[in-house]
Write a protein that binds this ligand. Structure first.
Ligand code: 3NM
Ligand code: MG
Length: 539
């Protein structure tokens, strides 16, 4: 059977592995369960099967694929693909070179290539549209399926780099599927986040092995995947994600919600911040818990209005951090991420980037050097962990904040003399192939919060970290009808206004500490945002 290559549906691409079949199933029964429930493309990938058995299996699977009118691709074994007249071949970087494979297969067959980096995209772009039809972009996440992994997981940011390269080198014909460790808990996030920077393309599909092949009920597993792929909204926190602009009235409503819901704010944070952050949380009518106990994160996340602040200034064991991210994501509770000293050292860069691949963050907050580094806009290594925006170009900071918001599909906050908040949530909407339909980071809604310099903020510890606590309180306290952007902007506006008020009342840095908590307490409980000193404007 020959498929018109342009008509191939890459949305749900099943790759086989008969070493993981559950008892009572066969390769063919799992493939058929997949095809019946929405698999759109099948690849036979059997690394340890002898040629004769491989051919027999391939012929059987081919019959089923024909029944469901779905193309069949063969991994690596070009001879087998040709012998049975399969619809295409998939090869990796260390297999037979693509031009040779194409010469053997002829022009009409589907040819897929495993790609992990932009330089490989440059190569395929030079070959032109007659060579590679689609690429498997990976490895996205850790997987036990690949026995001798040659690549380390790239996360969504690695996939974005590949999509950007496809656009840069104008490989418009080349389709893409993400692969590696894809499961229902990360698929929406992957489709949502993996969009080229020009907004013009997202992944055309996802490719996976174990989620279907190792499933005791492959029909149910496939249905679940199909539902996620056919959906269009990623509701990763249970509040409103839509893009209305905050007003003093909407911020007042956020504070009322926080007051009545009394969120539980779990802090995983550095030692310097722990005590102050707990007191800030209490001043904002919320309950702090400074727990780093891995075995209780799931329970905590399930408490109504739980909210997690993850501050990487000093570091809990990575397994604890990962468990906390998974626990909060699983029950759609918000995570505020504060990557302290994001790229100050190799260790921090690696830890923060790893955490960023593990989950979906509701808000990412940093000072200007952290946000510039996250946006890959500063070339110099950061110095230390503190920074000030006083003498920095506002346009550059806004751009960096928007890039972080866009790439992580989050609300990004850049702090400094003026604070910048960009909304990259896109109402939670996602779409295969066409991404954001050309909407780029620059188009994202952005608010600037300003109140003149408050130099004494820099003379106490944990003032930046405690803005993280404030944000975590506000987003944790929202009702399901409360608006996320309002909550983050409201937190930043309150914090800045309280800082200003405290600076006019204090005698020095010691009393500033105390006055800041008093001012937060007062402004929160009065709840009159229209009287706060900091100004709020659209960028
Ligand atoms: N190729 P699972 S990762 C076959 O990165 C394969 O190119 C990969 O299996 C690549 O869905 C992978 O079970 C295994 O994680 C994917
Ligand atoms: Mg191979």
């Amino acid at each position: 059977m020959v498929f018109a290559k342009n008509d191939v549906d890459y949305s749900l691409y099943l790759v086989t592995d008969s070493t993981m079949l559950p008892p009572g199933t066969t390769l063919c029964s799992q493939v058929e369960a997949g095809l019946k429930n929405g698999v759109t493309l099948v690849q036979i990938r059997e690394k340890d099967t002898e040629t004769r058995d491989f051919v027999e299996e391939a012929l059987e699977v081919q019959k089923i694929c024909k029944k469901y009118k779905v193309p069949l691709i063969i991994n690596d074994r070009i001879d087998v693909a040709m012998a049975i007249d399969a619809d295409g071949v998939h090869v990796g970087q260390s297999d037979m070179p693509i031009p040779m494979v194409r010469r053997l297969l002829g022009p009409s067959k589907i040819l897929g290539w495993s790609v992990g980096k932009p330089s490989e995209v440059e190569t395929l772009a030079k070959w032109g549209p007659d060579m590679v039809d689609y690429i498997g972009v990976g490895t996205l996440f850790p997987t036990l399926t690949k026995k001798n992994p040659k690549k380390s997981p790239m996360g969504p940011q690695g996939a974005i780099a590949v999509l950007d390269a496809l656009e840069e080198f104008k490989a418009i014909w080349c389709r893409t599927v993400g692969i590696g460790g894809l499961h229902p808990d990360n698929i929406q996030r992957v489709i949502c986040q993996c969009v080229s920077s020009n907004g013009k393309r997202s992944l055309d599909g996802i490719s996976l092995v174990s989620d279907i092949m190792a499933a005791p009920d492959a029909c149910a597993a496939t249905k679940r995947l199909r539902g996620l792929l056919d959906g269009s909204k990623y509701q990763f926190v249970d509040c409103k994600l839509n893009e209305t602009f905050p007003t003093t009235a909407s911020i007042q409503s956020v504070i009322s919600q926080v007051s009545s819901n009394r969120p539980l704010v779990q802090h995983i944070t550095n030692k310097v911040h722990q005590n102050f952050g707990a007191n800030v949380t209490l001043a904002l009518g919320s309950s702090p818990i400074m727990s780093e106990i891995e075995s209780e994160v799931s329970e905590l996340a399930r408490i109504p209005n739980a909210s997690l602040l993850l501050n990487t200034g000093s570091v809990a064991p990575i397994e604890t951090l990962k468990a906390a991210i998974n626990a909060y994501n699983e029950v759609n509770r918000p995570i505020t991420f504060d990557p302290v000293g994001y790229s100050a050292t190799e260790t921090r860069l690696c830890l923060n980037n790893t955490l960023l691949t593990y989950g979906q963050f509701t808000c990412i907050k940093g000072n200007c050097s952290e946000i510039l580094s996250l946006a890959k806009l500063n070339k110099d290594k950061m110095k230390g962990v503190d920074a000030n925006s006083g003498n920095m170009d506002i346009n550059l900071l806004v751009r960096a904040t928007q890039i972080v918001a866009f790439q992580y599909r989050t609300i990004a906050v850049c702090t400094g003399e003026f604070d910048c908040v960009a909304n990259g949530i896109f109402d939670g909407k996602y779409k295969l192939s066409s991404g954001t339909a050309g909407i780029t980071a620059e188009d994202l809604p952005c608010m600037i919060i300003e109140d003149g310099p408050i130099p004494i903020m820099g003379d106490i510890t944990a003032s930046g970290c405690s803005l993280g606590s404030t944000i975590a309180c506000f987003i944790g306290g929202l009702n399901s009808t409360g608006n996320l952007f309002d909550a983050v902007v409201g937190a930043v506006l309150l914090y800045k206004s309280a800082g200003k008020l405290a600076s006019t009342r204090c005698q020095g840095s010691g009393s500033f500490h105390v006055q800041l908590i008093d001012a937060l307490y007062q402004l929160f409980h009065e709840n009159k945002p229209e009287s706060w000193s900091a100004s709020l404007k659209k960028f």
